[in-house]
Design a protein around this ligand. Structure first.
Ligand SMILES: Nc1ncnc2c1ncn2[C@@H]1O[C@H](COP(=O)(O)OP(=O)(O)OP(=O)(O)O)[C@@H](O)[C@H]1O
Ligand SMILES: [Mg+2]
Length: 428
């Protein structure tokens, strides 16, 4: 898949997700405003009923006190304290609200705006809010001569009450949104990972073709030359060509061995042949075979093999490959004058082998990835150093089956140290 297609998919999915989220929020908002207006309506209904009952109570009480009202005071209503207590008014309001499904704390007061005076109230809390944002209902509005009075009611937890009514819907929406975001990001990471793997695979195939092509073409050239009639009798040239074919052939077999190893690693079918081996002799053998490559680059290999004893239990072939891979990397990734140092040290239960180089170094982020199969540190499109990205993954697997440990320390442009700890004994 092309990089642009991937980015396109991510953008489209993000836009769709944002759109979906927006619609969801819009629905929740409109549902909450519907709830809010139905709450208001219920409060208005309840309070109209309360006002009506209050006025009726007052009339009845007035008739009891003065059955024959004179002409003079026919408009003046009774003091509230004469026909209702705050406690009774509280239960009256509470009853009407409950009848309409409103079950949240409220405060009320009977208020005269002209004198800024509460003639009756449930408590003195929230007075300001009650006046400013509470619901207000005129009392005895037919009375023309008394100072205007209002029954005020305020719900301190109105928002929360409305929200609890909506919580089920909110909860489901939040869960769904989280699920969508999670699966979306999971899909994206899988897509990105797949893309990386496919890039690495095509890199690998390119490298492999290139690595195989050179020896194959050298061999075919040498064969052609050997078939040449003019060459008959020239023993020297004959030997040179045969030597060339042998050399390239062994290179080919090393290459195919490497790829086979990777396949075996993948299947987890690595066979171990455990024996007592001398780690130092393995190191010396590998150095012998690799020294020429280092000297071509004008470099040197130093050793400081201090481990005594240097014998441990392990697989000779795999451990030889392991040391070879580390020294091969140290040489390959040091562009100029490699100064490679190999040291060994004893610890209580095993030996630590360290390989130092003064090469390109590996950044902290890359250090986590270099042990992955087929991973090579990207250097743009040109790789001037050939490789499959298999070496370190193989090394790590070998260290794993020997129950050892591998660590890397490195600084860009300064060099790297690969440390491998191997226990003396494999079985307990
Ligand atoms: N000593 C080192 N210094 C700097 N970079 C290193 C060193 N060793 C490994 N690397 C980086 O880690 C990557 C992975 O190394 P690894 O040995 O697994 O693969 P390779 O050397 O590219 O290929 P292969 O070993 O299969 O031929 C390398 O491509 C290189 O970028
Ligand atoms: Mg390597």
């Amino acid at each position: 898949m092309k990089r642009n297609v991937l980015i396109g998919i991510i953008i489209i999915m993000t836009i769709a997700l944002i759109g979906l989220l927006g619609i969801q929020l819009y629905w929740i908002r409109s549902a909450s405003s519907v709830k809010e207006s139905s709450f208001r309506r219920s409060v208005n209904e309840a309070m109209a009923k309360v006002v009506y009952k209050l006025e009726r109570l007052e009339k009845r009480r007035a008739a009891e006190i003065n059955p024959f009202p004179g002409m003079l005071n026919f408009t003046k209503h009774l003091d509230f304290s004469l026909f209702i207590t705050p406690y009774e008014l509280d239960s009256l309001i509470s009853l009407e609200l409950n009848l309409r499904g409103i079950d949240t704390r409220f405060l009320f007061g009977i208020y005269q705006p002209e004198y800024d005076l509460f003639v009756m109230e449930k408590s003195t809390d929230y007075r300001k809010q009650m006046i400013q944002i509470g619901y207000a209902y005129p009392l005895f509005s037919a009375d023309m001569f008394t100072t205007p009075e209002y029954l005020l009611i305020y719900f301190p937890y109105e928002r929360q009450f409305l929200l609890t009514e909506l919580w089920g819907m909110l909860l489901i929406s939040i869960v769904l949104i989280v699920v969508i975001i999670y699966t979306f990001s999971y899909t994206i990471t899988i897509l990105v990972r797949q893309k990386k793997i496919s890039d690495m695979k095509s890199d690998f195939i390119n490298n492999m073709t290139h690595e195989f092509k050179t020896p194959i073409s050298t061999i075919s050239l040498a064969c052609e030359a050997l078939g040449d009639k003019d060459l008959e009798g020239l023993k020297d040239s004959y030997d040179t060509y045969i030597g060339m074919i042998k050399e390239e052939n062994s290179r080919l077999s090393i290459l195919s061995e490497r790829i086979l190893q990777a396949a075996v690693l993948e299947k987890g079918e690595m066979k171990m042949h455990l024996e007592r081996i001398d780690l130092h002799s393995i190191i010396r053998d590998v150095i012998k075979s690799i020294r020429i490559q280092v000297e071509i680059k004008d470099g040197e290999i130093h050793t400081n093999l201090r481990a005594k004893p240097s014998i441990l239990e392990g697989d000779r072939v795999h451990l030889t490959n392991l040391v070879y891979n580390l020294l091969d990397n140290a040489t390959k990734y040091t562009p100029r004058k490699p100064e490679i140092r190999v040291t060994t040290e004893n610890s209580t239960h095993g030996i630590t082998l360290s390989v130092y180089d003064n090469g390109t170094g590996i950044s902290k982020q890359e250090q986590k990835k270099i042990f992955d199969k087929l991973y090579r540190i990207p250097t743009g499109n040109i790789h001037n150093v050939r490789g499959f990205g298999l070496g370190l993954s193989y090394v790590k697997a070998i260290v794993g089956v020997h129950r050892g440990k591998i660590t890397v320390e490195s600084e860009i442009n300064k060099g790297s140290v690969f440390r491998i700890y191997l226990p003396y004994k494999q079985a307990d």
